[in-house]
Design a protein around this ligand. Structure first.
Ligand code: C2O
Ligand code: CU
Ligand code: CU
Length: 514
């Protein structure tokens, strides 16, 4: 492990040296820096050729041949120094009698770096959003208010609500507008999230900080005995990567990459260099990959195992023991790490196996917590024989890269309905990721307004930790995934790649449920 980190540090230093040599001066401009960081499109690579020495060009050619353009190599994240305490989002209170919340999208300034104010967006605050808690059975009213200078929407990712309440691109609010939405919470306990969805602006608004979590509780989740002390042994973790400019600002258009905007700076719940203090007990981490495009593979630096207890939309039937878990953008997982069983003499940290970076060091106190146990049986999720026998009635082919991405050969058109499906009727969707000459890349495929079941991946049963409710799935190049989808409500729903720049570039379609 240590060796690997050293090697990575060495390689980064080497790369930095070569790149600064090619820049020719120390004060390289922001534009140069960001194009170095990105997978280049033709224009950028043209402009970079000027003033570059030959060895650098060779390196770039190699990088492309090695699949740089297909995201096999992405810039590494910084290692967290652990100098800041992880911020825990506040919990949005509701008015007791009636479940009414107010959620405002607003602009603000946030001190991400000591002594510097970064311009950010947030919900009910300057950066990111609060956790909104619902209980199954609640009738929820949310007053959504747009206090930005641009249009936005309030999308409830993973929530089974009508198309009208879903907050897709059709539900946009102009600056200063507000809307009261109402829905009933009918689905089981899970960790969902919310973010904006205005056409052409989603990726930038999420990047600037619009994202928050939703917790749904039900009788089952309350009786399982899983760690549930918010902020103590039940911790929300929103993982994002950003690029900051010399002024420590988020400059989306400079950082933007058509193939998915990747940053070199890791933020967790908006905290830079974060550390989490835990007791010697079982700790539940609710992981959200809230990045625009980066995939994370979470792992303990010691290689110790942990258990996954929940997928995007609910508990697994039984805990799945894992050494690592990959989440593509917008996927969630709840995992439990038992710190009473780990050797805490060693420095413990959550790392990203994709690039070896240290995401979240743990400071383990000597305090022992309650001896909670993880039940063997947590849910009654099942795939019926009937569902297994249903024929495929919807085919989705994901293809392309950069701004050439399509679904079934088409780009998004808000006037076009791509599929229709009957409310309450299960249909089998087949999602295929068609490779291109460069191999292709993973596309995280998401459907609004429904939690679905994975029937198979390339004809095989999905892994144990995917046998639960999902709203986003990772689809590898040349992979075919069959899913059983049922919508409980009516309306027009989006389905799309959750690499937000792919979504903006048209990798999105609409299903009308009637
Ligand atoms: Cu996270 Cu269209 O959704
Ligand atoms: Cu969604
Ligand atoms: Cu994609």
């Amino acid at each position: 492990m240590k060796r690997k980190i050293l090697l990575i540090v060495f390689i980064s230093l080497l790369t930095a040296l070569v790149l600064s040599a090619c820049g020719g001066n120390v004060e390289s401009t922001l534009e140069e820096e960001s194009s170095e960081n990105m997978n280049m499109n033709e224009e950028e690579s043209d402009s970079m050729e000027e003033g570059m020495d030959h060895s650098t060009m060779d390196m770039d050619d190699d990088a492309m041949e090695n699949g740089h353009m297909s995201h096999d190599e992405v810039i590494s994240l910084n290692d967290s120094t652990g100098e800041n305490k992880l911020k825990i989002p506040s919990v949005l209170e509701n008015d007791k009698e009636e479940v009414v919340y107010t959620v405002r999208a607003q602009k603000g300034e946030t001190e991400i770096f000591d002594g510097t104010k970064t311009k950010t967006y947030g919900y009910n605050g300057s950066f990111l959003g609060p956790v909104i808690r619902f209980s199954k059975g609640d009738t929820v009213k949310i007053r959504t208010i747009n206090e930005l200078d641009e249009e936005t929407t309030f999308h409830w990712h993973g929530l089974e609500v009508s198309g009208e309440a879903d907050g897709g691109p059709h539900n946009s609010l102009k600056p200063g507008e507000e809307e009261l939405i109402e829905f009933e919470v009918t689905q089981e306990a899970s960790t969902l999230w919310f973010h904006p969805h205005p056409e052409g602006k989603t990726s930038e608004q999420v990047y600037n900080g619009l994202a928050g979590l939703i917790y749904i509780e039900d009788d089952n989740s309350k009786s399982l005995g899983l760690p549930d002390e918010y902020g103590k042994n039940d911790i929300p973790l929103i993982f994002q990567d950003k690029t900051f400019d010399d002024e420590k600002q988020l400059n989306y258009s400079a950082a933007m990459n058509e193939d998915g905007t990747i940053g070199d700076t890791s933020l967790i719940n908006g905290t830079l260099n974060s550390e989490l203090t835990v007791n010697k007990e079982k700790v539940r981490l609710r992981l959200l990959n809230g990045s625009n495009a980066r995939n994370y593979t979470f792992k303990l630096n010691t290689g110790d195992s942990f258990v996954q207890v929940a997928t995007d939309g609910g508990f697994l039937n039984e805990p799945a023991t894992l050494n690592e878990i990959t989440l593509t953008p917008s996927e969630r997982a709840e995992i439990v790490i038992d710190f009473s069983q780990l050797n805490t003499e060693e420095e413990l940290a959550l790392i990203n196996e994709e690039d070896g970076s240290i995401l979240l060091p743990f400071d383990v106190t000597d305090q022992r917590g309650e001896d909670s146990s993880i039940p063997e049986e947590m849910n009654d999720f099942s795939i019926t024989e009937e569902e297994m026998k249903l024929p495929v009635t919807k085919k989705v082919e994901l293809f392309g890269m950069m701004d050439q991405v399509t679904i079934n050969g088409k780009k998004f058109d808000r006037e076009r309905i791509d599929f229709t499906q009957e409310q309450g009727v299960t249909e089998i969707w087949e999602i295929y990721n068609k490779p291109d000459e460069m191999g292709g890349m993973i596309h995280p495929f998401h459907i609004h307004g429904a939690q679905f079941k994975i029937l198979s991946r390339n004809g095989e049963e999905p892994p144990a930790n995917e046998r639960g409710w999902k709203d986003t799935i990772s689809v590898e190049p040349d992979e075919t995934v069959k899913i059983a989808v049922q919508f409980k409500h009516k309306g027009v729903y989006m389905f799309h790649c959750h690499i937000l720049e792919h979504e903006e570039n048209g990798m999105m379609g609409q299903v009308k449920v009637e």
